[in-house]
Design a protein around this ligand. Sequence first.
Ligand SMILES: *Cc1c(COP(=O)(O)O)cnc(C)c1O
Length: 229
Amino acid sequence: MTSLAESLASVLDRIDRACHRAGRDRSTVRLVAVSKTVPVERITELVDLGHDLLGENRVQEALAKIPQLGGRAAWHLIGHLQRNKVRQVIGLFELIHSVDNLKLGREIDRRAATAGVKQPILIQVNVSDESTKHGAHESELPELCDGLESLDHVDVRGLMTIPPPVQRPDESRPWFVLLRELRDRSAARLGRDLPELSMGMTDDFEVAIEEGATLIRVGRAIFGERPPD
Ligand SMILES: *Cc1c(COP(=O)(O)O)cnc(C)c1O
């Protein structure tokens, strides 16, 4: 078995090389280490190696883990968020990747206002229909952008997507290109920058970097295979 140190080094090296190929500055790509199902001891091991950005997809699991890392890492919520859990997540996550409807946005706004913070979010887009049941459709995006932009305690930072699983990394490319185009169109609509593009996972993160990803969400390539859900 390869050690966590070796797996992390290998992923970081692949990121370096993808940035180089794409002519991108390495500092424009951040690695979100996806620690779902991974025990706190192993996450701590990763943080001890110097990695400080983690992603969880389930609120309950994240709430149990975050206090145990004692503020040594930043956390992103990458999975579906139910409205009734919003209160629990405000202030805990540096970024919520999965906002896909305005009702959810309004609840985040309301709870963030109460907490006296502005919550950074991404809009999750369903690019392919087959991929997941979550995510806003392309046709809903303009209205959703406008609605979220009008909320004082929500900061829309960009877009996120989970494309359908692929056999070869290159098959994800059209979805990544589409997300980038949707981001550019949304930014033009809002008349400001939308800097973040969250796309690319273990099987295709290098292609995502080539197509402009600023946040890649990588689990298995770092922590190894997960038990099936
Ligand atoms: C699990 C998960 C990932 C990481 O997937 P890997 O294939 O393990 O890299 C990325 N994004 C989301 C939303 C996930 O749920």
